[in-house]
Design a protein around this ligand. Structure first.
Ligand code: TTP
Ligand code: MG
Ligand code: MG
Length: 352
């Protein structure tokens, strides 16, 4: 039996701002685009609970937030500060677990199967981690605990704000049974719509669908859907340096064959990957792209260059892979950029 935890910071960007200005804790505060007195474009990146109380949330147009709460505090992103806080949290978690897998700027998986023998110990341990992050980094978080990453992630959602939730393996299926498919980690809104059209609305219903029929509609992704609905996830917690590859993906709002849109998405994903590799001091030698088409079929393309830590190489190689392999007008649903052949160069840093 495994013990997996997902630690996710609460209202992360604004929680960071509250460290700089504690008086914001009492005040509805939003980090995101400039509202320009209601004429601003762009969205809310996140907001604190004082703002959420009024219905403001991530991804809401900033103009709408302004309409609801013109006297809220509106702040621009201070990304490098958030990144330094994220690194601080990583280091704290690292004192509790051998391997820490960072999934986003404010989210970390750890596997404590070897450290803990009983599920009830896990609750105690999670409390200690939460307290350490609160006292040392001055940040609130929530923690989900389960036997796999999928359920730990959803337990964390339910634990928010500032809670800890344990879902035992035996309860995992019933924990998600009544959830709408879009609430399940790994099922996006497009897939949810298609599944709804096929007659499945909840995890419980999808769990009963045969793998065969799901594969007829979704190809190999059908197996993944079956696993999600049945609370099955065998994937391991891997720390970046140990990972065989690192990737970034994007699902398009609507399926596209527009080369300009696809190229700009490749550039953005490549640049995000580049930033992550630079901050973690990882070099790479193979670059790959994954294209998932409207009919859910997939194609993978890769190229190995010499070992490098030059992030510019990612976009350049990924773009030419796309040009060489794109099948004209075939619409793409999801795009991924991946690097592998990873080597850490952190230890060499002190030489300079
Ligand atoms: P989340 O963990 O999704 O959200 P959160 O930490 O703000 O709130 P919660 O307490 O519900 O976890 O995202 C982490 C940070 O990433 C968030 O503070 C702002 C940023 N972010 C984006 O840049 N774009 C997005 O679409 C979302 C949802 C978040
Ligand atoms: Mg968060
Ligand atoms: Mg998060």
């Amino acid at each position: 039996m495994r013990v997996i935890m997902l630690i996710d910071m609460d209202y992360f960007f604004v929680a960071c701002e509250e460290i700089k200005r504690p008086e914001l804790k009492q005040k509805p505060t939003i980090v995101g685009a400039d509202p320009k007195e209601g004429k601003g474009r762009g969205v809310v990146m996140t907001c604190n609970y004082a703002a959420r109380k009024f219905g403001i949330h991530s991804a809401m147009p900033i103009s709408q937030a302004y309409k609801i709460k013109p006297d809220a505090e509106y702040l621009p992103m201070d990304y490098s500060y958030y990144e330094s806080k994220s690194n601080e949290v990583f280091s704290i978690i690292k004192t509790f677990a051998e391997k820490v897998e960072q999934v986003s700027i404010d989210e970390f998986f750890i596997d404590l199967s070897v450290t803990l023998s009983e599920a009830s110990d896990a609750l105690e341990y999670a409390k200690r981690i939460k307290e350490a992050i609160a006292t040392r980094a001055k940040l609130p978080c929530s923690i989900g605990i389960s036997e796999n990453k999928l359920i730990a992630k959803m337990a964390c959602e339910k634990a928010k704000p500032s809670g800890i939730k344990l879902v035992r393996g035996a309860d995992a299926k019933s924990f998600i049974a009544k959830m709408k498919l879009g609430e399940l980690y790994g099922i996006g809104s497009k897939t949810e719509e298609r599944l709804n059209a096929l007659g499945y609305t909840t995890a419980e219903e999808l769990a009963k669908a045969s793998i065969m029929s799901l594969m007829e509609n979704f190809g190999s992704f059908g197996i993944e859907l079956h696993n999600i609905a049945n609370a099955i996830d065998e994937s391991e917690v891997v720390e970046a340096g140990d990972a065989k590859s690192i990737s970034r993906e994007q699902t398009f709002e609507s399926d596209t064959s527009n080369p300009a849109e696809i190229s700009s998405s490749i550039r953005r994903l490549a640049s995000e990957l580049g930033t992550e590799l630079e901050s973690k001091k990882i070099s790479f030698k193979t670059i790959g792209i994954k294209l998932r088409y409207s009919d859910f079929s997939e194609s993978l393309h890769g190229r190995t260059i010499r070992q490098t830590n030059q992030p510019g190489q990612i976009a350049e190689t990924a773009l030419s892979l796309f040009k060489e392999n794109s099948e004209g007008r075939r619409k793409i649903r999801k795009l991924g950029v991946r690097v592998s052949g990873l080597t850490s160069y952190r230890s060499q840093k002190s030489l300079f």
